[in-house]
Design a protein around this ligand. Sequence first.
Ligand code: C2E
Ligand code: MG
Ligand code: MG
Ligand code: MG
Length: 290
Amino acid sequence: ARIAMQDATQLPDGLQLYQQGSDVAHQRQITLIRDLRHAPQTGGLSLLFQPKIDLQQGRVYQAEALLRWHHPQHGAISPGEFIPLAERTGSIQLLTAWVVEAAIRQLHQWNGRGLHLEISLNISAEDLVSQTLEDQVAELLGRYAIKGEQLVFEITESAIMRDPERALAMLHRLRGLGIRLSVDDFGTGYSSLAQLRRMPVQELKIDQSFIRELGEARGDAVIVRSTIDMSHALGLKVVAEGVEHDETRDLLHAWGCDTLQGYLYSRPLPPEAFEAWVAQPPVHPASARL
Ligand code: C2E
Ligand code: MG
Ligand code: MG
Ligand code: MG
């Protein structure tokens, strides 16, 4: 408890958040906040890779890297729990640095074996205003001899809109390294396509809340279809995440969506399983697998 209090006093924002919780939940969070900042050194972090299916080419050339954390006492902690904690308590930049290096190292390995794939990874609002992100990424690209073109950074609209001026500057710097930029969870924030048009982004990911029950909710269909059309008119590629049903895939295919991602194809996989998945022969986009 004494150690916990020491840590907690360094984290006034985080502490306030959890005062309402029960003692047990509170203790768990104090422990997680403390251990999270050491996780890049002590281990327990890993990346899973979820295939993104290119409908035009009918194949997979890209994966989203999703961070996993296995805590020595508490076991698997979901990113839905530890990412917001890290964002509130100043350790997200340490995690992002770990993720970027792990992804670039993975690309280096794949390239070495003749597997030419791209990785997209998630970046938080705090990373965009950090000043150091671009330098870190540039150093890692050089060290592992990887081109920025093999990376996509996914950034939520709310992360961009938190401090649009500074975010815009960082996005331009990242673009300068050849990295493509994707707007994650599109439709859940308050930004419009008109605002995003001024950002150096190349791709838009429609949030899974619009995609998951696409066949059933009529309103979702209108939103998704017009978002695809407007994005294309603005020169943006469109990704749909959360594709779970055949019917959803067929609609998105008919509407010209560029890339699909979801449990219908695959859950996020460890690197070896992802490689095995990719190695299977491509199938026509309209069939169950592709
Ligand atoms: P996200 O970036 O929007 O990632 C998509 C999430 O949806 C992932 O959850 C993925 O496993 C899940 N998903 C994919 N397809 C389906 C589907 O068909 N149905 C359903 N129900 N879910 C699907 P995950 O891995 O739990 O990650 C949750 C969120 O945590 C991510 O949302 C992202 O915001 C954040 N996150 C994960 N890894 C990182 C990271 O390395 N850095 C940062 N900053 N955030 C991360
Ligand atoms: Mg994402
Ligand atoms: Mg998303
Ligand atoms: Mg999300």
